[in-house]
Design a binder for this molecule. Structure first.
Ligand code: ADP
Length: 594
């Protein structure tokens, strides 16, 4: 246990996470060095753990102080303090530049096999280290909320950062408490308070599944299930083989499915026996033949293709989109009207645009408007993350691109949303890799006339200048629109959209819009979400102005998420991009070029 130090020297800059008895902050010292700090309310802790709080330090702080590994948070300080008469234990660690895996996951949805493997490998390496201590340490708390992804170098490095559930095996066997953990991540024996190296490995299997499918293994809706019956409901859902949903464009390969099914076996003896064995399987050094999984059809939206779908608005469509008036109008006039009345426009030889390019800073609604556009049009929607398709680590990119377009055509009309387009359409002059060039060629071929086949491609990118110039020529991305950070007026609309009905009468929308200068749309949503959570915790029904103002104040340093300088950079990119010759070129050379 470190010496009791002076907690006053740290200044809180941001609340990162909170639980029933703790809060995790970003903090700074007087030299503006950044750290993470966890503050643990010892009285509250007692209410969730069975054992003596004095021993708490043994299970969390002492464990963290005794370990040292690249995938484990490094403590630099720890101590105790009294705030308002309440006792707190705290630890301070190195700052990790990145984000919680939970936030990363919420943004990414589902991961490529490659990205998932990078994350899982780091976690297994940490567990291999913890499990091989002379007194093995069981982590017990694998969850996207306790893992920070260090994003400071190329590949994300996962860092185990929450040892709140960790225990030393064999020390004096305590029951493990599962408060705050997702039940879908728990091996069956953990419901009885039992833990071992193999329960940790079960949770890794659950995380793996969660990352590749975006849902949890044997996930069921627990909202309707009374608290007392949840354990039984979860365990009985697991009586069938591991369900493999068909929600990815590319199916997960059979080896990985076997690995997940083995890690998630309900029989402890059938699971991986060590992190090392798990790692070897992941790298193909040992083969696993576990077929205890079953492919299931989750695509409830699959429609009867024998009858051509009618283009009728479904959902709220553009009504959900605050601001963006000019873009909505263009999409309505240049695409929706044409697709709804093809005969009328055919006679006039008006062509349906093939592609729409949306570019600009992150978090401003490019993806959102794509999805809402498909709703407004009432057609099929496909979302593709381009790095899933075109990556130097994945072979067969060309075939995959062809397969995506084929799927889009078969279900036409389809809005095909391609996120991070630059990953697939990088300027060919910049790369030497033949297969990547092949992918660009394939993509451009597919893009030609796809509008005629009822496939509207929307590409989104933060950096349009990195795109291959051939993609920007006429007949490909015909509509190019910069999606900026919302103006003050638009922020007011966004606040209205997300707060109307859940905010108290005293909310001054104009003031909120004024006070959130520089916020991107996503920031406004995050802010309102935080205020809603606080309101819920205070057991109140409506969000008050004071809570919103307080959250704006508390979020300083974190929000706006896109610094002003970066917004300016995007505007410069826009100016540069709009002035490109090829962006306006329609086939004739200018006199200068001749
Ligand atoms: P981008 O694709 O530009 O990075 P997103 O489309 O992911 O940004 O936007 C982030 C979130 O902000 C969306 O999930 C949505 O909840 C919200 N959002 C964005 N634009 C709007 C808008 N115009 N109206 C309402 N909500 C929006």
């Amino acid at each position: 246990m470190a010496q009791i130090t002076d907690i006053e020297k740290y200044h809180v800059t941001f609340l990162l996470r909170e639980g029933a008895y703790f809060e995790v902050f970003k903090v700074e010292d007087s030299q503006r060095n950044r750290y993470l700090m966890k503050l643990i309310n010892l009285a509250k802790l007692k209410t969730v753990q069975y054992y003596d709080t004095e021993k708490y330090r043994i299970s969390e702080i002492e464990i963290m102080q005794s370990v040292s590994h690249a995938n484990i948070l490094k403590l630099v300080d720890a101590g105790e303090t009294i705030v308002n008469g309440q006792r707190y234990a705290y630890w301070v660690s190195d700052f990790v530049p990145g984000e919680l895996l939970a936030d990363n996951r919420a943004r990414k949805g589902i991961y490529t096999e490659y990205d998932m493997k990078v994350i899982i490998t780091g976690i297994l390496n940490a567990l291999k280290y913890l499990h091989s201590q002379s007194e093995p340490i069981i982590y017990n708390g694998i969850s996207p909320y306790g893992i920070i992804l260090n994003l400071s170098s190329g590949a994300p490095v996962p860092v185990l950062s929450d040892f709140g559930h960790a225990q030393i095996l064999n020390k004096e066997h305590r029951k493990c408490f599962t408060d705050g953990l997702s039940p879908f991540y728990l091996a069956p024996e953990m419901f009885k308070g039992l833990y071992s190296t193999r329960t940790d490995l079960y949770s890794v299997g659950a995380l793996m599944y969660h990352l590749v499918y975006g849902i949890q293994p044997w996930q069921i809706d627990l909202n309707e299930v009374p608290l007392k019956e949840r354990e039984m409901a979860i365990l009985s859902a697991r009586k069938v083989p591991l369900p493999v949903p068909n929600i990815r464009v590319f199916e997960v390969n059979e080896d990985l499915l076997s690995i997940m099914a083995k890690a998630l076996s309900q029989d402890v003896d059938e699971r991986f026996q060590s992190a090392e064995e798990f790692l070897k399987a992941l790298f193909g050094e040992v083969s696993i033949d576990c077929l205890n999984y079953e492919k299931i059809d989750m695509d409830t939206d699959k429609k009867d293709t024998s009858e051509k779908a009618k283009l009728e608005k479904r959902g709220n469509g553009f009504d959900d989109v605050a601001g963006m008036e000019a873009l909505k109008k263009r999409l309505q006039e240049e695409v929706i009207d044409l697709l709804r009345n093809p005969e009328r426009y055919k006679k006039l030889r008006v062509q349906i645009p093939n592609g729409i390019l949306l570019y600009g800073p992150p978090g401003c609604g490019k993806t959102f408007i794509g999805e809402k556009f498909a709703e407004e049009l009432g057609c099929n929607y496909m979302y593709i993350h381009c790095s899933d398709v075109a990556s130097p680590y994945i072979h067969g990119g060309q075939e995959k691109i062809a397969a995506i377009f084929q799927q889009a055509r078969e279900n036409a009309p389809t809005v095909l949303f391609l996120d991070e387009l630059d990953a697939m359409l990088a300027d060919r002059s910049r790369h030497h890799n033949v297969s990547e060039s092949g992918e660009v060629n394939e993509f451009l071929t597919q893009l030609n006339n796809c509008g005629e086949n009822g496939v509207i491609v929307i590409g989104a990118t933060n950096n349009p200048t990195a795109l291959d110039s051939a993609a920007l020529r006429s007949g490909r991305f015909d509509i190019k629109v910069y999606v900026p950070a919302p103006s003050e007026e638009e922020r007011e609309q966004i606040f209205h959209l997300v707060l109307d009905g859940i905010a108290a009468v005293d909310v001054d929308y104009k003031q909120l819009a004024k006070m959130t200068e520089g916020y991107v749309t996503k920031d406004v949503c995050i802010l309102v979400n935080r205020a809603a959570r606080i309101t819920g915790r205070q057991d109140e029904e409506k969000i008050k102005m004071a809570t919103l103002l307080n959250e704006i104040e508390k979020s300083k340093g974190e929000l706006p998420s896109v610094p002003e300088a970066e917004l300016r950079k995007h505007e410069m990119i826009r100016d540069q991009f709009e002035s490109r010759k090829d962006s306006h070129r329609i086939g004739f050379k200018t006199s200068k070029e001749k």
